[in-house]
Structures are given as structure tokens and as C-alpha cells.
Design a protein around this ligand. Structure first.
Ligand code: FAD
Length: 401
């Protein structure tokens, strides 16, 4: 076989994408579709499983509901992109290598870092040992088995953010025999307007969820949860959804990270310390006019698409453009038949408009189901993935064009 060196062809530019979550998948499909047939680029996607994890449905998986099988290598078929199944154990950002499961080494010219985040189980004593989490499909399945065996008893959901709210509602609806307690610092739906917030609260009550806010959890034991002030709440099962933590790999590799370990990016989503690394989704600290983006699927997918478009522009000798994104909604499921959708300003503050009830549940389901078909469409027509609200004046950063 004639080698590229013998024919005088340059080696292909190796783009390595770490993590096939919502953001990494968007980057991989977008990049594969835009570089299909090109000999000068090689795209590789690394993920621990071939099956795509729909994180947005993990609270339903945790209550024993079936979700569709979505196969990542199958979706990549015909694009030329390669899938590597593995767990990233280390990165060397200067040598441009990534280690997988300790023995394999992958080299890159450009890296897309999309390893997401997980519930922070490190800040409260006993959480790591005794609490369940919703960080992976396996975690959710283990919890589902436990809940199915429990029959009667108390489930405490620690963390009253939206994942905690959705999980508590889902468990209460699917297991009416269980006593469900939602504990956290903030009021459920704290960032919503007064009416959607009141609806959310009333629905949790209707479902039988006991809500306690203004609570500081200081410890988790095998059969209880300890609160600041000395109170102890009996718990047969504790689900922990409070706070998020990112992989320590970026910081260990010397990339500039923020106080939460997320990769700090420039306006084009490149690492400020290592511009050959793009960071996307929950693993990135991306500044917009309104502040640093918080982790969501609605913002994560556009970051993946933007990174892919920027990489293609750079390959073609063009300058990457700044990333801009404005939030537009906060849809929250409350069991299978009810939900609240708070429409938002681009900075995520609530508008007056909201939906509740069955129409909101249908809206939420449409949003949750949309990423996978979106990837399929992007594979055929990459530009179809390039539409999202840019946020107007809310996202304009002074001096960045
Ligand atoms: C129950 C639940 C409900 C949610 N509901 C909503 C919602 O309604 N709307 C919304 O916008 N957001 C929601 N979120 C948040 C949303 O899921 C995240 O913001 C989103 O998944 C972030 O996408 P990502 O691609 O950055 O990370 P992820 O989707 O977490 O993907 C990261 C990927 O990287 C892989 N990975 C991690 N570490 C390694 C490693 N060392 N080696 C190899 N691979 C690795 C993971 O396996 C995963 O495939 C919800 C989250 C949960 C848990």
C-alpha cells in the first residue's frame, strides 16, 4: 500500500472528541457531516458506552420506565467518523495525547472536551457511600430496582433544584405507596415566576411529595439523613441531586479551569490556556453577556455545534466566530402527565409566559425527545443544527465581535 508520505499527502488533522453526551454528540455529528469525504480530517469520538445516555430521562429510568435504545456507532455510520469505546483516564495537553482505560493512547491535533458533569457527592459526609445518584443509566437502573423492592418506606431526595423536583415527582407518581420527601436549600422552582412556581409547588403536594426548603444537609447515614441543627430524617433510600462536579482530568492536564473545575474558554469556545482544545457542554465555563452559562442540554448542544463549525473554519484557514447563546425556556416534568414550562429571557430570568398541565407535559416530552432526531437531521443537513437563539443584547460581550 502506498503511504501518505510517499504520495506527498499531509497526515490528516486528527480531531478527538471526548464524551458522547448531548454536547459531544452534537460536535461529532456536526463535524463528521461537514467533513464527510475529506481526506485531510479524521474525527474520533470516545465514550464509555455505545448506547447514548438520555440524561434528561434518567429520572424516568429510575422509576422503571423503558427508554429507547440509541446506538452511537450506528448513527455515525457513513460519516467516516470513528467511535472508540473507552473511559478517558488521563490527558497530556502539551504532548496532545489522551489515555483510555490506562493502556490505549490516542493522539490529537484538535480536542473537543465534552465530559459533562455529575452530582457532587463529595461535599456532604456519607453521600458517596449511602446515596443514589442519576449520573448514568446504570445508576438509574440500580435505583429503579431498589425502589421496586422497597414497597413501603421513605425516599428522601436531597437537592431541590430541577433534577430533584423532577425526580421527586416521578417517584411519587410511580410509587404512591412510598413517602417522598424533597429537601434542599432553595424553594422548588426558585428561579420561576410566582405563578408557575405556585403551580409546581401545588403539583408536588398533589403527588404527595413533602417539601422542606431552607434545609442544610450535613450527613447521610444508611437509614437517615442528618440536617444542620441536629435533626435526623429517617430514609430508606436517599437520592442525591444537589450540586454538580466535573471530571478532574482537565485541571490535571494543566488546562485553565474555573473554581468548579470547568474549562475556561475564550469567545470561540477554545481553552484560554490551550487553544487547540475546545470545551463544550457542562464541562466548560463559557462566558456570555449575562454571566457564565450553567449546565443545560438546551445550551450544551449549540456549544457542540459551534465548536465543530469553528474547527472546520480553522481547517479552512478562517477565524472561528464568537459563540453566543440565549436561554429560552425551563421545562420541568412533574410526573408523566403534568409539567411546568417557564419561558425565559436570554439571561434565564423568567418571562411572564408559562405553560402548565398536559400541554406543558407534551411540550416537555417534545423537547426531551428532540436531540436524537436532531442529530439524524444534522448528519444529512449540517446547517439544520445551526439554529438557536443568539440572545441579542443579553449575550453581547463588550469588545468581542
Ligand atoms: C435527571 C436529569 C434531568 C435533566 N433534565 C434536564 C432538562 O430538562 N433540560 C436541560 O437542559 N438539562 C437537563 N439536565 C441536565 C443535562 O442532562 C445536562 O446539562 C447535559 O447532559 C449536559 O450535556 P453534556 O454533553 O455536557 O454532558 P453529558 O450529557 O453528561 O455527557 C457527558 C458524556 O461524557 C462521558 N464521560 C464522562 N467522563 C468520561 C471519561 N472519563 N471518559 C469517557 N467518557 C466520559 C459520559 O459517559 C457522557 O456520555 C438533566 C439532568 C439530569 C440528571
Amino acid at each position: 500500500m502506498t503511504t501518505r508520505r510517499e504520495t506527498g499527502m499531509a497526515a490528516p488533522h486528527r480531531v478527538l472528541i471526548l464524551g458522547a453526551g448531548y454536547a459531544g454528540m452534537a460536535a461529532a455529528i456536526q463535524l463528521a457531516a461537514r467533513t464527510k469525504g475529506r481526506e485531510d480530517v479524521r474525527v474520533t469520538l470516545v465514550n464509555p458506552q455505545e448506547r447514548f445516555t438520555e440524561r434528561l430521562r434518567l429520572h424516568t429510568v429510575a422509576t422503571g420506565q423503558q427508554v429507547a435504545e440509541m446506538n452511537i456507532p450506528k448513527l455515525l455510520e457513513g460519516t467516516g467518523a470513528r467511535f472508540v469505546r473507552g473511559w478517558v483516564t488521563a490527558m497530556d495537553a502539551n504532548a496532545r495525547i489522551v489515555r483510555i482505560d490506562d493502556d490505549r493512547v490516542l493522539h490529537y491535533d484538535t480536542l473537543v472536551y465534552g465530559l459533562g458533569g455529575v452530582a457532587d457527592t463529595t461535599t456532604v459526609r456519607g453521600v458517596e457511600e449511602h446515596a443514589y445518584t442519576l449520573d448514568s443509566a446504570q445508576d438509574a437502573e440500580v435505583l429503579a430496582e431498589r425502589l421496586a423492592r422497597l414497597g413501603r418506606g421513605t425516599v428522601v431526595v436531597g437537592g431541590s433544584g430541577l433534577t430533584g423536583v423532577e425526580s421527586a415527582a416521578e417517584i411519587a407518581e410511580r410509587h404512591p405507596g412510598l413517602n417522598v420527601v424533597l429537601l434542599g436549600r432553595q424553594e422548588p422552582g426558585a428561579a420561576m415566576g410566582p405563578r408557575p412556581k405556585a403551580y409546581l409547588r401545588a403539583t408536588l403536594t398533589r403527588l404527595g411529595v413533602q417539601v422542606r426548603s431552607g434545609i442544610e444537609v450535613v450527613g447521610v447515614r444508611p437509614d437517615s439523613i442528618e440536617l444542620a441543627g441536629g435533626e435526623s430524617v429517617a430514609a430508606d433510600v436517599v437520592l442525591w441531586t444537589s450540586g454538580t462536579r466535573v471530571s478532574p482530568l482537565a485541571a490535571a492536564a494543566g488546562l485553565t479551569v474555573d473554581e468548579r473545575g470547568r474549562v475556561v474558554t475564550d469567545a470561540a469556545l477554545r481553552s484560554v490556556s490551550h487553544p487547540d482544545v475546545y470545551a463544550v457542554g457542562d464541562a466548560a465555563a463559557i462566558r456570555q453577556g449575562y454571566g457564565v452559562m450553567h449546565g443545560t442540554c438546551q445550551g450544551g448542544m449549540p456549544t457542540g455545534v459551534h465548536a465543530a463549525v469553528s474547527i472546520v473554519r480553522a481547517l479552512d484557514g478562517k477565524r472561528p466566530k464568537p459563540f453566543r447563546f440565549g436561554y429560552y425556556h425551563t421545562p420541568v416534568s412533574l410526573g408523566r402527565h403534568d409539567a411546568v414550562v417557564q419561558f425565559t429571557h436570554p439571561d434565564d430570568s423568567p418571562r411572564r409566559v408559562y405553560l402548565t398541565g398536559r400541554i406543558a407535559a407534551r411540550y416537555k416530552e417534545t423537547v426531551t425527545a428532540s436531540p436524537w432526531p436532531t442529530y439524524g437531521r444534522m448528519k444529512r443537513l449540517p446547517t439544520s443544527g445551526a439554529f438557536w437563539p443568539r440572545g441579542g443584547r443579553f449575550t453581547r460581550v463588550r469588545g468581542v465581535r
